[in-house]
Design a protein around this ligand. Sequence first.
Ligand SMILES: NC(=O)c1ccc[n+]([C@@H]2O[C@H](COP(=O)([O-])OP(=O)(O)OC[C@H]3O[C@@H](n4cnc5c(N)ncnc54)[C@H](O)[C@@H]3O)[C@@H](O)[C@H]2O)c1
Length: 349
Amino acid sequence: MSAPIRLCLIGAGRAGKNHARAVTRHVPGGRFVALVDPVAAVRADTATEFGIEAQFDSLEQALAGAEFDAVVITTPTPTHTPLAVEAAEHGKHVFLEKPMAISLEECDLIIGAAERNGVALQLGFMRRFDPQFAAAAQRIEAGEIGQPMMIKSNTHGPGLPPAWARDLRTSNGMLAEVNSHDWDTVRWLMGSNYTRVYTEVANFKGAANNVDTPHFYDNALVNLKFESGGLGQISGICPCGYGYDGRVEIVGEKGIMQIGELKGQAIVVCTDRDQGLISPIFKTWPERFQWGYIYEMEHFTSSIQRGTAPRVGGAEGRWAVAGVLAGTRSFLEERPVTLKEILDSVARV
Ligand SMILES: NC(=O)c1ccc[n+]([C@@H]2O[C@H](COP(=O)([O-])OP(=O)(O)OC[C@H]3O[C@@H](n4cnc5c(N)ncnc54)[C@H](O)[C@@H]3O)[C@@H](O)[C@H]2O)c1
């Protein structure tokens, strides 16, 4: 067996801890040997919990002070491009959380740096590695439900995202931070690119949560048209309160397929016939997609060991960002937006 891939975790927040947990407990092909986070208390806490020896304030310091093969970037979106480019320029393979970046120009900088330096670039679309989503994709590709005609994909998260992630000035908001997974999923399962989007948003809980950032929304519904002629819908709600809910329904010419369920465990309890049946719901994203997070890190480390390109890379990340930009422009300008408009406006970098 080859030696584990030496990983440097950049960002010790929610997603960083989740990957540290997945690798430390379940992925023998990888080992976190260094950790970067400018917040000392958060860094020390995560390093202790997962036994990560070397700690640094910045990637620059880590590159100078530790030996590693790859980085796992789990920092706020505006930092993705400088970190991914710097890591790639130093010959480090890159696992990058979604959303890939803020703009398509940034996506191109990341893709260019990875290609130029011959390093792997994998995007954090763990639904592609979730056993249920992966099995469904194979069955759709094998033609079981026929030509896909319509897809509905939802991500409803229980709590308010961090302040930077819900502010359009520091991220592209919920359509990016929560619904990136849906943008990727609908393209993947429909086997076609979206060509036009129309978004409506609403703000139900902002005031009660003391959020007064401009254009804040906590509900979004996007209608989609695909190149194939198919139709789609993405829905986002955050915070929804009731649990973590990420499900898909896809209808083809020969049938329907539903992926995922609300029920978090195969347990049903009844102690009162008036109250009826009680069953656990998925409470959080780490719980719902536990195996997706494990398998995506397994795929990243084994792709590096084999010298093959990860199967979810820069092109997929860029398409999701293009969807987010079209969806955001649509609600801001109150009109349907074509992907052509977004893709044609990219400045060459
Ligand atoms: N795939 C998923 O299901 C999933 C789930 C949650 C978050 N994410 C993504 O992960 C990323 C991080 O989100 P989060 O919720 O963990 O955020 P967070 O705010 O909980 O944590 C971010 C961490 O990054 C650190 N940081 C900031 N700038 C840094 C820098 N330049 N170098 C090193 N560390 C830095 C912060 O101190 C903080 O500890 C985002 O892109 C988010 O969309 C993905």
